[in-house]
Design a protein around this ligand. Structure first.
Ligand code: FPP
Length: 247
């Protein structure tokens, strides 16, 4: 589904798994945190690209529920990076009329980070040129579980009829329920998997995989993903369109 106002060949909503920071750093004999810092530059490239092309929503997988299992030093470096990025990037994002939201189980983050996330979201809430969803401590299965939990609570409170639960009613309980689902899912870094990113939301999303490591992603790489997307025929389960008649 296209976001209103976006030409059909431009995805209205792009979701990205930014993979490859660690390998990029290793290739330079540097710690993984060096790769994450380089990854921050690629985030800027992606935001700039979406602004230029008129993409309405960009959803980034910045920290998965499983990333807590990484060594303490790496998790600490990522938290540090998020804090500094929140201080440094928000002015520029705001200037470019980007609205920022944080999506996931935010209660697991230290209060200092949560306060900054809230501040960034509140400050940019009135912007509408691009919506940037930063998924942190997010997992697709967590999202399904929290949706089920909230629906069950509404049933218990008498606000939702069990027999009325169908795909449409349940969809309202998922993260990003206020948005059209992603049109294009991009994963960098060579792996061909979803890795527990948006599961419910990408049922009919076009998937694009590239071997390019996330810190090397630039406008040209993203343009290739969009060119590829423009050639896709989206059918949402329907039969293919009959071939155009000739002569
Ligand atoms: C995956 O690469 C990347 C991450 C777990 C972190 C992503 C974070 C950033 C790009 C930092 C900036 C983000 C924001 C929103 C400020 P990996 O470490 O799994 O790489 P590997 O597969 O090569 O080991």
């Amino acid at each position: 589904m296209n976001v209103p106002g976006t030409p059909p060949c431009i995805p209205g909503h792009i979701a990205i798994v930014m993979d490859g920071n660690g390998r990029w750093a290793r290739a330079r004999a540097q710690p993984r945190s060096f790769g994450h810092r380089a990854g921050q530059k690629a985030v800027r490239e992606a935001v700039e690209f979406c602004l230029r092309r008129g993409v309405a929503v960009l959803t980034l997988f910045a920290f998965s529920s499983e990333n807590w299992k990484r060594p303490d030093a790496e998790v600490g470096a990522l938290m540090d990076l998020f804090l500094r990025a929140l201080d440094k990037e928000v002015d520029e994002l705001h200037k470019n009329e980007v609205r920022v939201r944080f999506v996931g189980e935010l209660s697991a983050f230290p209060e200092v980070i949560r306060t900054r996330m809230r501040g960034a979201a509140e400050r940019t809430a009135g912007n509408s040129r691009l919506l940037l969803n930063v998924c942190v401590n997010y997992g697709g299965r967590w999202d399904i579980a929290q949706a089920a939990r909230r629906a069950a609570r509404d049933v218990a409170a008498g606000e939702l009829d069990v027999d009325a639960i169908d795909e449409t009613t349940l969809a309202r309980y998922f993260c990003l329920a206020d948005l059209p689902p992603p049109d294009l899912f991009i994963r960098t870094g060579g792996e061909r998997r979803i890795s527990n990113f948006l599961l419910w939301q990408i049922a009919y999303t076009e998937l694009y995989f590239t071997d390019t490591l996330w810190p090397d992603v630039d406008q040209a790489e993203l343009a290739r993903a969009l060119d590829d997307y423009a050639r896709r025929e989206r059918r949402y389960g329907r039969a293919p369109e009959p071939a155009a008649r000739t002569g």
